[in-house]
Design a protein around this ligand. Structure first.
Ligand code: ADP
Ligand code: MG
Length: 376
Protein backbone atom coordinates (compact mmCIF):
# COMPACT_ATOMS: atom_id res chain seq x y z
CA UNK A 1 0.00 0.00 0.00
CA UNK A 2 1.60 3.25 -1.07
CA UNK A 3 -0.69 6.14 -0.57
CA UNK A 4 0.61 9.69 -0.37
CA UNK A 5 -0.99 12.00 2.12
CA UNK A 6 -0.45 15.69 2.73
CA UNK A 7 -2.06 17.21 5.80
CA UNK A 8 -2.25 20.99 5.90
CA UNK A 9 1.20 21.26 4.38
CA UNK A 10 2.73 24.71 3.92
CA UNK A 11 6.06 25.92 2.66
CA UNK A 12 6.97 29.56 3.14
CA UNK A 13 10.00 31.33 1.76
CA UNK A 14 9.94 34.49 3.84
CA UNK A 15 6.76 36.28 2.81
CA UNK A 16 6.13 33.92 -0.13
CA UNK A 17 3.65 31.15 0.57
CA UNK A 18 4.86 28.76 -2.12
CA UNK A 19 2.58 26.03 -0.76
CA UNK A 20 -0.27 27.07 1.47
CA UNK A 21 -2.11 24.58 3.69
CA UNK A 22 -2.46 21.82 1.13
CA UNK A 23 -4.29 18.64 2.08
CA UNK A 24 -4.42 15.82 -0.40
CA UNK A 25 -4.51 12.04 -0.54
CA UNK A 26 -3.30 10.06 -3.53
CA UNK A 27 -4.39 6.41 -3.51
CA UNK A 28 -2.25 3.35 -4.18
CA UNK A 29 -1.60 2.97 -7.91
CA UNK A 30 -3.25 6.25 -8.70
CA UNK A 31 -1.97 8.63 -11.35
CA UNK A 32 -2.47 12.14 -10.06
CA UNK A 33 -1.50 15.24 -11.96
CA UNK A 34 -0.64 18.58 -10.40
CA UNK A 35 -1.70 21.33 -12.73
CA UNK A 36 -1.28 25.06 -12.35
CA UNK A 37 0.28 28.17 -13.82
CA UNK A 38 3.95 28.97 -13.39
CA UNK A 39 4.76 29.84 -9.78
CA UNK A 40 1.66 28.15 -8.36
CA UNK A 41 3.72 25.87 -6.12
CA UNK A 42 3.85 22.66 -8.17
CA UNK A 43 7.59 22.01 -7.92
CA UNK A 44 7.62 23.01 -4.26
CA UNK A 45 4.87 20.52 -3.51
CA UNK A 46 6.75 17.74 -5.26
CA UNK A 47 9.99 18.69 -3.47
CA UNK A 48 8.20 18.43 -0.14
CA UNK A 49 6.94 14.93 -0.96
CA UNK A 50 10.39 13.88 -2.18
CA UNK A 51 12.08 15.33 0.91
CA UNK A 52 14.20 17.79 -1.03
CA UNK A 53 12.54 20.63 0.89
CA UNK A 54 11.16 20.63 4.42
CA UNK A 55 7.67 21.98 5.10
CA UNK A 56 7.05 25.03 7.28
CA UNK A 57 3.98 23.32 8.67
CA UNK A 58 1.93 20.17 8.23
CA UNK A 59 2.75 16.49 7.80
CA UNK A 60 3.47 14.16 4.89
CA UNK A 61 2.75 10.44 4.91
CA UNK A 62 3.92 7.87 2.36
CA UNK A 63 2.31 4.46 2.67
CA UNK A 64 0.83 5.52 5.99
CA UNK A 65 4.26 6.31 7.44
CA UNK A 66 5.01 9.84 8.60
CA UNK A 67 8.00 10.93 6.49
CA UNK A 68 7.79 14.65 7.23
CA UNK A 69 11.29 14.71 8.74
CA UNK A 70 12.78 11.72 6.93
CA UNK A 71 15.75 12.53 4.63
CA UNK A 72 15.08 12.25 0.89
CA UNK A 73 17.35 9.20 0.51
CA UNK A 74 15.23 7.20 2.94
CA UNK A 75 11.87 7.87 1.29
CA UNK A 76 12.22 5.42 -1.62
CA UNK A 77 10.87 7.88 -4.13
CA UNK A 78 11.62 7.85 -7.87
CA UNK A 79 12.10 11.30 -9.38
CA UNK A 80 12.13 12.57 -12.94
CA UNK A 81 12.73 16.22 -13.78
CA UNK A 82 12.20 18.27 -16.89
CA UNK A 83 15.94 18.38 -17.55
CA UNK A 84 16.91 14.77 -17.81
CA UNK A 85 19.79 15.29 -15.37
CA UNK A 86 21.68 12.30 -16.76
CA UNK A 87 25.37 11.96 -16.04
CA UNK A 88 26.92 12.92 -19.41
CA UNK A 89 30.11 10.89 -19.00
CA UNK A 90 28.30 7.66 -18.08
CA UNK A 91 26.72 5.15 -20.43
CA UNK A 92 22.97 4.57 -20.41
CA UNK A 93 23.58 1.39 -18.43
CA UNK A 94 25.65 3.17 -15.78
CA UNK A 95 23.16 6.02 -15.53
CA UNK A 96 20.35 3.58 -14.81
CA UNK A 97 22.58 1.52 -12.51
CA UNK A 98 23.50 4.58 -10.45
CA UNK A 99 20.70 4.37 -7.84
CA UNK A 100 21.44 0.64 -7.44
CA UNK A 101 25.14 1.31 -6.85
CA UNK A 102 24.26 3.94 -4.25
CA UNK A 103 22.18 1.23 -2.57
CA UNK A 104 25.13 -1.18 -2.80
CA UNK A 105 23.17 -3.76 -4.76
CA UNK A 106 25.04 -6.96 -5.64
CA UNK A 107 26.37 -7.10 -9.21
CA UNK A 108 24.10 -9.93 -10.43
CA UNK A 109 20.95 -8.32 -9.19
CA UNK A 110 22.09 -4.91 -10.38
CA UNK A 111 22.57 -6.18 -13.93
CA UNK A 112 19.20 -7.92 -13.86
CA UNK A 113 17.36 -4.84 -12.57
CA UNK A 114 19.00 -2.45 -15.02
CA UNK A 115 18.20 -4.76 -17.95
CA UNK A 116 14.63 -4.99 -16.73
CA UNK A 117 14.29 -1.20 -16.37
CA UNK A 118 15.80 -0.58 -19.82
CA UNK A 119 13.41 -3.15 -21.31
CA UNK A 120 10.50 -1.30 -19.70
CA UNK A 121 11.35 1.81 -21.70
CA UNK A 122 12.47 -0.20 -24.75
CA UNK A 123 16.07 0.93 -24.63
CA UNK A 124 17.86 -2.42 -24.21
CA UNK A 125 19.78 -1.84 -27.41
CA UNK A 126 21.11 1.51 -26.21
CA UNK A 127 22.75 0.41 -22.98
CA UNK A 128 26.27 1.18 -24.22
CA UNK A 129 25.54 4.67 -25.52
CA UNK A 130 26.30 7.98 -23.87
CA UNK A 131 23.45 10.49 -23.33
CA UNK A 132 24.64 12.81 -26.12
CA UNK A 133 24.17 9.92 -28.58
CA UNK A 134 20.45 9.79 -27.78
CA UNK A 135 17.46 11.90 -28.79
CA UNK A 136 15.68 14.03 -26.17
CA UNK A 137 12.88 11.48 -25.93
CA UNK A 138 15.33 8.62 -25.44
CA UNK A 139 17.19 10.59 -22.77
CA UNK A 140 13.97 11.17 -20.89
CA UNK A 141 13.21 7.44 -21.12
CA UNK A 142 16.62 6.74 -19.57
CA UNK A 143 15.70 9.13 -16.76
CA UNK A 144 12.45 7.19 -16.33
CA UNK A 145 14.28 3.86 -16.19
CA UNK A 146 16.65 5.32 -13.60
CA UNK A 147 13.69 6.53 -11.53
CA UNK A 148 12.02 3.11 -11.38
CA UNK A 149 15.04 0.74 -11.36
CA UNK A 150 15.13 0.53 -7.55
CA UNK A 151 11.40 -0.18 -7.34
CA UNK A 152 10.40 3.05 -5.62
CA UNK A 153 7.18 3.24 -3.62
CA UNK A 154 6.08 6.30 -5.52
CA UNK A 155 7.06 8.04 -8.72
CA UNK A 156 7.26 11.83 -8.90
CA UNK A 157 7.58 13.55 -12.27
CA UNK A 158 8.17 17.28 -12.58
CA UNK A 159 7.20 18.43 -16.07
CA UNK A 160 8.96 15.42 -17.60
CA UNK A 161 7.83 16.33 -21.11
CA UNK A 162 8.58 20.04 -20.90
CA UNK A 163 11.86 19.92 -22.80
CA UNK A 164 10.55 17.74 -25.64
CA UNK A 165 9.02 18.82 -28.91
CA UNK A 166 5.43 17.96 -29.63
CA UNK A 167 5.96 14.62 -31.36
CA UNK A 168 8.41 13.33 -28.78
CA UNK A 169 6.13 14.56 -26.05
CA UNK A 170 3.34 12.31 -27.21
CA UNK A 171 5.73 9.38 -27.49
CA UNK A 172 7.18 9.80 -24.00
CA UNK A 173 3.76 10.63 -22.56
CA UNK A 174 2.50 7.25 -23.81
CA UNK A 175 5.62 5.59 -22.44
CA UNK A 176 5.07 7.05 -18.97
CA UNK A 177 1.44 6.03 -19.01
CA UNK A 178 2.20 2.43 -19.97
CA UNK A 179 5.02 2.18 -17.46
CA UNK A 180 2.78 3.53 -14.72
CA UNK A 181 0.02 1.07 -15.53
CA UNK A 182 2.41 -1.88 -15.84
CA UNK A 183 4.11 -1.18 -12.54
CA UNK A 184 0.93 -0.01 -10.82
CA UNK A 185 3.04 2.59 -9.09
CA UNK A 186 1.48 5.55 -7.30
CA UNK A 187 2.45 8.48 -9.48
CA UNK A 188 2.29 12.23 -9.09
CA UNK A 189 3.11 14.22 -12.17
CA UNK A 190 3.49 17.97 -12.44
CA UNK A 191 2.60 19.69 -15.66
CA UNK A 192 1.33 23.00 -16.92
CA UNK A 193 -0.08 21.28 -20.00
CA UNK A 194 -3.85 20.93 -19.66
CA UNK A 195 -4.18 18.34 -22.44
CA UNK A 196 -1.59 16.16 -20.80
CA UNK A 197 -3.34 16.33 -17.45
CA UNK A 198 -6.81 15.75 -18.85
CA UNK A 199 -5.81 12.80 -21.01
CA UNK A 200 -3.48 10.88 -18.70
CA UNK A 201 -4.56 11.18 -15.13
CA UNK A 202 -6.96 9.48 -12.79
CA UNK A 203 -7.32 12.72 -10.90
CA UNK A 204 -6.05 16.23 -11.29
CA UNK A 205 -5.13 18.73 -8.62
CA UNK A 206 -5.39 22.32 -9.77
CA UNK A 207 -3.08 24.68 -7.89
CA UNK A 208 -3.14 28.45 -7.83
CA UNK A 209 -1.11 30.65 -5.51
CA UNK A 210 0.05 27.65 -3.50
CA UNK A 211 -3.49 26.57 -2.76
CA UNK A 212 -5.57 23.68 -4.06
CA UNK A 213 -8.40 25.00 -6.19
CA UNK A 214 -9.96 21.65 -7.09
CA UNK A 215 -9.14 17.96 -6.80
CA UNK A 216 -11.23 15.91 -9.15
CA UNK A 217 -11.37 13.50 -12.06
CA UNK A 218 -10.39 15.15 -15.34
CA UNK A 219 -13.98 14.95 -16.59
CA UNK A 220 -15.43 16.58 -13.51
CA UNK A 221 -12.81 19.28 -13.32
CA UNK A 222 -13.41 20.08 -16.97
CA UNK A 223 -17.19 19.97 -16.99
CA UNK A 224 -17.86 20.82 -13.37
CA UNK A 225 -15.16 23.30 -12.39
CA UNK A 226 -15.74 24.80 -8.96
CA UNK A 227 -14.39 28.22 -9.86
CA UNK A 228 -13.91 30.50 -12.77
CA UNK A 229 -10.17 30.07 -12.40
CA UNK A 230 -10.36 26.28 -12.88
CA UNK A 231 -12.84 26.64 -15.75
CA UNK A 232 -10.61 29.12 -17.54
CA UNK A 233 -7.42 27.22 -16.87
CA UNK A 234 -8.69 23.88 -18.17
CA UNK A 235 -9.46 24.88 -21.72
CA UNK A 236 -11.75 27.11 -23.68
CA UNK A 237 -14.78 28.30 -21.81
CA UNK A 238 -17.82 30.46 -22.41
CA UNK A 239 -18.98 32.22 -19.28
CA UNK A 240 -22.53 33.18 -18.50
CA UNK A 241 -22.83 35.60 -15.63
CA UNK A 242 -25.99 36.51 -13.83
CA UNK A 243 -28.04 35.76 -10.78
CA UNK A 244 -29.23 32.33 -9.83
CA UNK A 245 -32.97 31.75 -9.67
CA UNK A 246 -34.47 28.62 -8.21
CA UNK A 247 -38.09 27.65 -8.57
CA UNK A 248 -39.07 24.20 -7.42
CA UNK A 249 -36.52 21.82 -8.87
CA UNK A 250 -35.66 24.14 -11.75
CA UNK A 251 -32.74 26.49 -11.84
CA UNK A 252 -31.83 29.28 -14.20
CA UNK A 253 -29.27 32.03 -14.55
CA UNK A 254 -30.84 35.42 -15.10
CA UNK A 255 -28.46 37.25 -17.42
CA UNK A 256 -27.94 41.01 -17.39
CA UNK A 257 -29.91 41.12 -20.66
CA UNK A 258 -32.91 39.77 -18.77
CA UNK A 259 -32.80 36.30 -20.31
CA UNK A 260 -33.22 33.31 -18.06
CA UNK A 261 -30.95 30.42 -19.02
CA UNK A 262 -32.03 27.08 -17.56
CA UNK A 263 -29.24 25.17 -15.92
CA UNK A 264 -28.60 22.11 -13.81
CA UNK A 265 -29.05 22.65 -10.11
CA UNK A 266 -25.77 23.68 -8.48
CA UNK A 267 -24.70 22.89 -4.93
CA UNK A 268 -27.16 24.02 -2.30
CA UNK A 269 -24.95 26.80 -0.99
CA UNK A 270 -24.53 28.50 -4.36
CA UNK A 271 -26.78 31.55 -4.50
CA UNK A 272 -26.98 35.11 -5.76
CA UNK A 273 -24.46 36.21 -8.34
CA UNK A 274 -23.19 33.19 -10.24
CA UNK A 275 -21.18 32.30 -13.25
CA UNK A 276 -21.79 29.34 -15.53
CA UNK A 277 -19.34 27.76 -17.90
CA UNK A 278 -20.27 26.24 -21.22
CA UNK A 279 -17.59 24.37 -23.14
CA UNK A 280 -17.41 24.99 -26.89
CA UNK A 281 -17.99 21.34 -27.72
CA UNK A 282 -21.24 21.40 -25.76
CA UNK A 283 -22.65 24.04 -28.04
CA UNK A 284 -24.41 22.40 -30.93
CA UNK A 285 -25.68 23.85 -34.11
CA UNK A 286 -29.37 24.39 -34.40
CA UNK A 287 -31.68 25.89 -36.95
CA UNK A 288 -35.26 26.96 -36.99
CA UNK A 289 -36.84 28.35 -40.12
CA UNK A 290 -39.55 30.33 -38.37
CA UNK A 291 -37.16 32.19 -36.17
CA UNK A 292 -34.59 32.57 -38.89
CA UNK A 293 -37.00 34.93 -40.66
CA UNK A 294 -37.25 37.04 -37.54
CA UNK A 295 -33.73 38.11 -36.74
CA UNK A 296 -34.84 40.02 -33.68
CA UNK A 297 -35.96 36.78 -32.05
CA UNK A 298 -33.00 34.74 -33.10
CA UNK A 299 -30.41 33.60 -30.67
CA UNK A 300 -27.22 35.37 -31.37
CA UNK A 301 -23.71 34.80 -30.31
CA UNK A 302 -21.96 37.09 -27.97
CA UNK A 303 -18.29 37.61 -28.49
CA UNK A 304 -16.00 37.79 -25.53
CA UNK A 305 -15.67 41.53 -26.06
CA UNK A 306 -19.40 41.81 -25.47
CA UNK A 307 -20.51 42.53 -29.05
CA UNK A 308 -23.16 40.41 -30.70
CA UNK A 309 -22.60 38.58 -33.93
CA UNK A 310 -25.21 37.35 -36.32
CA UNK A 311 -25.42 33.64 -36.18
CA UNK A 312 -26.41 33.35 -39.83
CA UNK A 313 -23.37 35.21 -41.03
CA UNK A 314 -20.89 34.00 -38.51
CA UNK A 315 -21.97 30.46 -37.93
CA UNK A 316 -19.59 28.40 -35.88
CA UNK A 317 -19.39 25.30 -38.01
CA UNK A 318 -17.21 23.21 -35.79
CA UNK A 319 -15.81 22.95 -32.31
CA UNK A 320 -12.89 25.25 -32.71
CA UNK A 321 -14.96 27.98 -34.30
CA UNK A 322 -17.15 28.30 -31.22
CA UNK A 323 -14.20 29.11 -29.10
CA UNK A 324 -14.37 32.47 -27.50
CA UNK A 325 -18.04 32.87 -28.23
CA UNK A 326 -20.68 32.96 -25.58
CA UNK A 327 -24.37 32.58 -26.13
CA UNK A 328 -26.83 35.39 -25.85
CA UNK A 329 -30.56 34.80 -25.55
CA UNK A 330 -32.49 37.71 -26.90
CA UNK A 331 -35.45 35.55 -27.80
CA UNK A 332 -36.68 34.71 -24.33
CA UNK A 333 -36.60 31.49 -22.45
CA UNK A 334 -38.69 29.46 -24.85
CA UNK A 335 -38.44 27.87 -28.24
CA UNK A 336 -35.21 27.49 -30.09
CA UNK A 337 -33.49 30.21 -28.16
CA UNK A 338 -33.83 28.21 -25.01
CA UNK A 339 -30.70 26.61 -23.74
CA UNK A 340 -32.12 23.16 -23.21
CA UNK A 341 -30.70 20.16 -21.51
CA UNK A 342 -31.22 18.22 -24.74
CA UNK A 343 -31.45 19.34 -28.33
CA UNK A 344 -35.01 19.39 -29.61
CA UNK A 345 -35.42 17.40 -32.78
CA UNK A 346 -37.72 18.92 -35.34
CA UNK A 347 -39.98 16.01 -36.37
CA UNK A 348 -40.74 17.62 -39.75
CA UNK A 349 -37.19 18.18 -40.94
CA UNK A 350 -35.22 16.01 -38.58
CA UNK A 351 -33.14 19.04 -37.79
CA UNK A 352 -31.67 19.64 -34.41
CA UNK A 353 -32.95 22.76 -32.79
CA UNK A 354 -31.87 24.67 -29.79
CA UNK A 355 -28.62 24.42 -27.97
CA UNK A 356 -27.44 21.57 -25.86
CA UNK A 357 -25.20 21.92 -22.92
CA UNK A 358 -27.31 23.17 -20.07
CA UNK A 359 -26.95 19.88 -18.27
CA UNK A 360 -23.27 20.54 -18.45
CA UNK A 361 -23.51 24.14 -17.45
CA UNK A 362 -21.44 24.18 -14.30
CA UNK A 363 -22.27 26.98 -11.95
CA UNK A 364 -20.24 28.65 -9.36
CA UNK A 365 -20.41 31.70 -7.25
CA UNK A 366 -18.66 34.89 -8.23
CA UNK A 367 -17.50 36.09 -11.56
CA UNK A 368 -14.01 37.47 -11.54
CA UNK A 369 -10.97 35.40 -12.38
CA UNK A 370 -9.34 33.90 -9.36
CA UNK A 371 -12.46 34.24 -7.29
CA UNK A 372 -13.33 30.90 -5.82
CA UNK A 373 -16.95 30.07 -5.92
CA UNK A 374 -17.87 27.47 -3.42
CA UNK A 375 -15.53 27.93 -0.53
CA UNK A 376 -13.22 24.90 -0.20
P1 ADP B 1 5.84 26.09 -10.06
O1 ADP B 1 6.63 24.83 -10.04
O2 ADP B 1 4.37 25.89 -9.96
O3 ADP B 1 6.18 26.98 -11.21
P2 ADP B 1 7.34 26.72 -7.66
O4 ADP B 1 6.91 25.67 -6.71
O5 ADP B 1 8.65 26.53 -8.30
O6 ADP B 1 6.20 26.95 -8.74
O7 ADP B 1 7.35 28.12 -6.92
C1 ADP B 1 6.25 28.59 -6.16
C2 ADP B 1 6.59 29.97 -5.57
O8 ADP B 1 7.61 29.82 -4.60
C3 ADP B 1 7.12 30.95 -6.59
O9 ADP B 1 6.63 32.24 -6.26
C4 ADP B 1 8.60 30.87 -6.42
O10 ADP B 1 9.21 32.07 -6.80
C5 ADP B 1 8.74 30.60 -4.94
N1 ADP B 1 9.94 29.81 -4.62
C6 ADP B 1 10.20 28.54 -5.00
N2 ADP B 1 11.37 28.12 -4.51
C7 ADP B 1 11.88 29.15 -3.80
C8 ADP B 1 13.08 29.35 -3.04
N3 ADP B 1 13.99 28.38 -2.92
N4 ADP B 1 13.25 30.54 -2.45
C9 ADP B 1 12.34 31.52 -2.56
N5 ADP B 1 11.19 31.41 -3.25
C10 ADP B 1 10.95 30.24 -3.86
MG1 MG C 1 8.03 24.03 -11.45
Amino acid sequence: MTTVELNQVSKHYGPIHAVDRISLRVETGEYATILGPSGSGKTTMLSLIAGIAAPTAGSILIGGRDVTWLPAAQRNVGLVFQSYALFPHMTVFDNVAFPMRVRRTRQVELRHRVDEALALVRLEAFAGRKPHQLSGGQQQRVALARAVVFKPDILLLDEPLGALDRKLREEVRGEIHQLQRRLGITTIMVTHDQDEALSLSDRIVVLHGGRVQQIDTPINAYHRPNSRFVADFLGLANFLEGSLERSGGDCAIRLASGEAVPCAAPAADVAGRVCGVLRPEDIHQWRCARHARRPDRRSRLLRRDGSLCDRARERPAHRGACAGLALAFPGGGRGPSRLGARPDLDPATGERRGVTGASRLALFQGASIGETAVSP
